[in-house]
Design a protein around this ligand. Structure first.
Ligand code: FE2
Length: 196
């Protein structure tokens, strides 16, 4: 087995073709300053979307209780949809001439979604945690969508509104209805997740 330090050294000596904060040329008739702002927003959203995807996977694996099978399937479906959103957001970053976040360590540093415990949580706590994460994403993405349209970046605005906002709202509805079925009280939901 190769020692960790040897592996690290082998890879850090390579020269990048584009720095993470550099904005490269494009032929999409959008000013570099506009693209730079969208790229920054999209990379934040990418980190949060990947965190939400992983939160769904955690809960897909660790779910328990009478609704095990339904939740096991629902969480996996939502994880896959969040994965698709992450792909679209990352590719929008590249389309705008940026460099997308990618490594798990960078995502963990950047994300606004709170780190969940390693422990296995009860289904109602899993769902409250997911709803909280959806609200974080929805709040930031609505602000990002407004900025993008004000700056003339209609393509980013369309991705944020038509795909990211709508998918997150729909997923929050599905999870929220399930939480209602499991008879968690509104106070519990608010404590665990809902901020309004
Ligand atoms: Fe699975």
């Amino acid at each position: 087995m190769i020692a960790k330090s040897t592996r690290d050294n082998r890879h850090t000596q390579r020269h990048p073709i584009q720095g993470f904060s550099e904005v490269g040329p494009t032929a999409i008739a959008l000013a570099r300053s506009v693209r730079a702002r969208s790229i920054e927003s999209l990379n934040q959203l990418l980190a949060d979307t990947l965190s939400l995807r992983d939160l769904y996977k955690k809960h897909h694996w660790q779910v328990s209780g009478p609704a095990f099978y339904q939740l096991h399937l629902l969480f996996d479906k939502h994880a896959a949809e969040q994965g698709d959103l992450a792909d679209a957001v990352a590719e929008r970053v590249q389309t705008l001439g940026g460099v997308s976040l990618a490594a798990t360590q960078d995502v963990a540093e950047a994300t606004l979604v709170p780190r969940p415990p390693r422990d296995r949580e009860a289904p109602q706590d899993q769902m409250a945690r997911l709803l909280y994460a959806h609200e974080i994403v929805l709040e930031e993405v609505r602000a990002m969508a407004r900025s993008a349209v004000a700056a003339g970046d209609d393509g980013t605005n369309d991705l944020l509104v038509s795909e990211v906002i709508r998918t997150n709202e729909l997923q929050a509805w599905f999870v929220g209805e399930h939480l209602r079925q499991t008879a968690a009280s509104p106070a519990q939901i608010r404590r665990g997740g809902m901020r309004r």
